[in-house]
Design a protein around this ligand. Structure first.
Ligand code: AMP
Length: 291
């Protein structure tokens, strides 16, 4: 079934079923290149910039909008995930997106609403994986399904979810899926807050406090140049102790490739700092390259 958009002269096509999507892709893609941008909707400028980039690098672009139940460890986070479908579709159309896939959970999981188990060689055992159990099995399951359904040449993932990006790269390698994974840098609000669909759920006070997350990452990067790891970590912990709006869940400095938490700094290795913070019930993450 093709969903009709209420947009004048729209060339963008929206699909709810795998069958209708694949029928169209099979006769429209041909020798053209296809770029996929997987999203969970509630699109912001960051998402749209990724779509623009995909459009520059591919003949055709498909965006998926699907809030994937199997990657949420907390039901309330899944239930409260924001949805702005009509605005999303209008923004995608204005960005030049060609196809949108908006399946139901039933369509994607076909009665088996569970995640596959993957061995990511430890990439999933730290940071987000440690605090959100089974999260990455859920992510890899849905992304693999989307790759097999759409067969894109390139797929785009934001460095905002850096650990997710590394896990998708690993999954593609393990499963020999012929797709190029393209990393995209982090898009930020003017005050430095990393753009996120969750930001619209912040109260005015939380929104005012939230730029502190990136400010702290910037300071940790400066400290990292001349101080040992313990000093940097203690500094970050202390930054949030007095904060009424933001509670630190974790701060970690890890190897950019293996994601192993650093115990010492090797001059030939690249490191990133990763942070997760709660503003009330809303969980915000961010990260930064340190060297
Ligand atoms: P989401 O809808 O949050 O699952 O995000 C869909 C894709 O957009 C993922 O690859 C995210 O990493 C990416 N993304 C979300 N927010 C940002 C951002 N602020 N900067 C860069 N990429 C982002």
């Amino acid at each position: 079934m093709t969903v009709q958009l209420t947009l004048f002269n729209s060339k963008m096509e929206v699909f709810k079923t795998i069958k209708s999507l694949q029928q169209t892709l099979s006769h429209k893609v041909g020798k053209s290149t296809l770029g996929l941008v997987p999203t969970m909707g509630a699109l912001h400028e960051g998402h749209l910039s990724i779509v623009k980039r995909a459009k520059e690098e591919n003949d055709l672009v498909i965006v998926s909008i699907f809030v994937n139940p199997t990657q949420f460890d907390k039901k309330e986070d899944f239930v409260n995930y924001p949805s702005t479908m009509q605005a999303d579709l209008e923004a995608l159309e204005a960005t030049g997106c060609d196809f949108v896939f908006v399946p139901s959970a039933e369509e994607v999981y076909q009665g088996n609403l569970s995640a596959d188990s993957f061995d990511f060689g430890g990439l999933d055992k730290v940071m987000e994986g440690k605090f959100r159990l089974d999260h990455f099995d859920g992510v890899a399951t849905i992304v693999k399904k989307l790759f097999l359904i759409t067969r894109p040449n390139k797929a785009y993932f934001g460095e905002k979810d850096y650990q997710q990006l590394m896990i998708i790269k690993k999954m593609v390698e393990m499963e020999s899926i012929p797709v190029e994974i393209v990393p995209v840098g982090i898009f930020r609000e003017k005050d430095g807050l990393a753009m996120s669909s969750r930001n619209i759920r912040l109260t005015a006070e939380q929104r005012l406090a939230a730029p502190e997350i990136y400010q702290t990452l910037l300071k940790s990067k400066m400290l990292f140049e001349n101080n040992d790891l313990k000093k940097v970590k203690n500094f970050v912990k202390n930054e949030f102790v007095q904060n009424k709006e933001l509670a630190l869940e974790y701060f970690e400095i890890a190897d950019s490739e293996t994601l192993n938490p650093a115990s010492e700094i090797l001059p030939e290795s690249k490191y990133r700092a990763f942070i997760a913070v709660f503003a009330g019930q809303i969980r915000l993450i961010d990260n930064i390259a340190l060297n």
